[in-house]
Design a protein around this ligand. Structure first.
Ligand code: PGA
Length: 252
């Protein structure tokens, strides 16, 4: 049985003071709601300490949205995984489509980060997904295969329990367009089968696959009802407690 995993990706929103106030409100709301899913929020780097002050010993995991592909050195503007670990952050989102689209990340460059995060025992949410053009030209499976094969290259079977895959069709992110639960489930099944062929049936069956792309309170239940959808990576709807709480409690 895979435990539902709902994560909030704040992207470049919420400065430290806003983030702290949000975390206090979220924690209170979550406690009162009796939410029963694995929960995570990923603030911008500079807001992480403020959020950790509030959420450190809570059931809500605090994650990073990205990290460097080296531990230290002359990499101006980068944030080492060791700095995250020093704060107490043990989960990182890697390969988000915005990183691929705007910052030139590729499955190969993301792979370096994934291997480094795993070396330090961190949990990785690895994002994959196709553009509209790729979907419409029938390349969905080819794109996912490339992202999984190259992104997870040299990841050992024993580290696969630290990997979560987030399937985020690029055309559904922040657009209000959601994949239908059926289309999303088909893509998730394809991801699970690919992991089975790269690793094993057991690893594929335990793999948590989140869906991301305009997840909201009004569509989360139908998505989560699908057999291969084990969670959600939520952007816009994670920025207000009133929007995020119903997603965290979709099964209540
Ligand atoms: P969205 O973003 O929920 O705003 O579409 C999802 C994501 O990019 O992780």
């Amino acid at each position: 049985m895979r435990k539902a995993y709902i994560a909030g990706n704040w992207k470049m929103n919420m400065c430290p003071s806003e983030a702290k106030a949000y975390a206090q409100d979220l924690l209170k709301a979550v406690k009162e709601s009796g939410a029963d899913v694995k929960m995570m929020v990923a603030p911008p780097f500079v807001s992480i300490p403020a959020v950790l002050d509030v959420l450190k010993d809570s059931p809500i995991i605090v994650a990073a949205q990205n990290m460097a592909d080296h531990d230290s050195g002359a990499y101006t503007g980068e944030v080492s995984p060791l700095f995250l670990l020093d704060l107490g952050v043990k989960t990182v989102i890697l390969g988000h489509s915005e990183r691929r689209q705007y910052y030139g990340e590729t499955s190969a460059s993301i792979n370096k980060k994934i291997l480094l995060a795993l070396k330090h025992g961190m949990e990785v949410i690895y994002c994959v997904g196709e553009t509209l053009e790729q979907r419409e030209s029938g390349k969905l499976e080819e794109v996912l295969t490339e992202q999984l094969q190259n992104g997870l290259k040299d990841v050992k079977a024993e580290d696969m329990d630290k990997i979560v895959i987030a399937y985020e069709p690029v055309w559904a992110i922040g657009t209000g367009k959601t994949a239908t639960p059926e289309d999303a489930d088909d893509a998730h099944l394809f991801i699970r089968k690919t992991i089975e062929s790269l690793y094993s049936k057991d690893i594929a069956e335990k793999l948590i696959i989140q869906y991301g792309g305009s997840v909201k309170a009004n569509n989360v239940k139908a998505l989560m009802a699908k057999e291969n959808i084990d969670g959600a990576l939520v952007g816009g709807a994670s920025l207000k407690v009133n929007d995020f709480l119903p997603i965290l409690t979709y099964n209540k």
